[in-house]
Design a protein. Structure first.
Length: 271
C-alpha cells in the first residue's frame, strides 16, 4: 500500500518535562503506516521556519516517510502544550499565530502528479483541507479523521467524499454509537468508525457493525494512540484483511503506542 498523508505537523510540548515530540494527525498516521509495513508513505504539510520544524521534518524523514511537495513558511510551528495525568494526555492550548493556523495547503498540478503515485489519501479535520476533498476524492480514495467533529453541517459538506471516516466519542453508549454510524452512512460515508477509549471501537459499513475491544496495557502515554489505530487499520485493509481482522491489528498497534512517550518517540528539548 502507498499512502499519502496531507495536513498538520506540530511540536507536542510536554510542559512538565521540558520536552517536545513531533506530532500531528497526518504526521502520526504517516509514520505509523510506514512502521506497519506500508510500501511507500508520503507527507505533504506546511513547515514553519523554526528549529522545531527542522527537527520534525528530520524525524519524519528518518522514519522513511517522504516530504516532497511540503511547504515552508515564515511562521512558528504549532506548539500544543501537554500534561500527563495518570498516563493520559491533557492538552493545554498553545499560541494560534502559527503556520498550522495561518496557512492552508492549496493543491496544485504538481501536487496532483505526486498524489497519483499513491493508493490512498489520509487527512483530517485539523488539516484545513475540507475545500479540496471534492477534487481529491476524484484522484484516490480518502481517509479522514474527524476526531470529535460530528455536527451535521460539517458532515454533510465532507463525508460524501470520504471512504474511511474515523470519529472519537468516549461517552457514547452502544445504541448512541450505532445511531451515529447509521446517520453518518446516510450522509454519504462508506466505512465509518467510532473509537471510544477504553470501551473499544465500533465500525459500520452500511450492512454490518464490527465491534473491537481494546487490548489493555498499563499506559505510559496515550498520545497518538488513535492515529496509530487509523494507520494500522488502513494498512491492514489495503493488504486484503477483513474489517474485523484490520480492527484487531489496529487495536494491537494502538496499545503498543501507549507504551511510548510522545506519538512515536523522537524527543527534543524545548527551546
Amino acid at each position: 500500500m502507498k499512502l499519502i498523508c496531507i495536513g498538520d505537523n506540530v511540536a507536542d510540548c510536554y510542559l512538565d518535562e521540558g520536552i517536545y515530540y513531533p506530532g500531528g494527525n497526518a504526521v502520526n498516521v504517516a509514520v505509523n503506516a510506514k512502521r506497519d509495513g506500508a510500501e511507500r508513505v508520503g507527507y505533504i504539510g506546511v513547515f514553519g521556519n523554526d528549529s522545531e520544524a527542522e527537527n520534525i521534518e528530520k524525524d519524519i524523514l528518518s522514519e522513511g516517510v517522504e516530504t516532497v511537495r511540503s511547504r515552508k513558511v515564515y511562521a512558528p510551528s504549532a506548539h500544543p502544550g501537554v500534561r500527563l495525568e495518570d498516563g493520559d494526555r491533557v492538552f493545554v492550548r498553545g499560541k494560534r499565530d502559527t503556520c498550522q493556523h495561518l496557512f492552508s495547503i492549496r493543491i496544485v498540478d504538481e501536487d496532483i502528479e505526486l498524489i497519483r503515485e499513491y493508493d490512498l489519501i489520509h487527512t483530517s479535520c485539523f488539516s484545513n483541507l475540507e475545500y479540496e476533498l471534492e477534487d481529491l476524492c476524484k484522484l484516490l480514495d480518502v481517509s479522514f479523521d474527524y476526531s470529535e467533529r460530528m455536527d451535521d453541517e460539517y458532515l454533510a459538506r465532507t463525508i460524501r467524499h470520504v471512504k474511511y471516516a474515523f470519529f472519537s466519542a468516549s461517552d457514547f453508549s452502544d445504541d448512541e454509537a450505532k445511531a451515529f454510524l447509521r446517520h453518518a452512512h446516510e450522509l454519504g460515508g462508506r466505512i465509518i468508525g467510532l473509537t471510544r477509549g477504553s470501551r473499544g471501537a465500533l465500525f459500520y459499513d452500511g450492512e454490518n457493525y464490527y465491534s473491537q475491544p481494546v487490548k489493555f496495557v498499563e499506559p505510559v502515554d496515550t498520545m497518538g494512540a488513535g492515529d496509530s489505530f487509523i494507520a494500522g487499520f488502513l494498512v491492514s485493509i489495503a493488504d486484503g484483511f477483513s474489517i474485523s481482522e484490520a480492527l484487531d491489528y489496529a487495536a494491537e498497534v494502538s496499545a503498543k503506542t501507549c507504551l511510548v512517550n510522545g506519538g512515536w518517540g523522537h524527543p527534543h528539548k524545548m527551546p
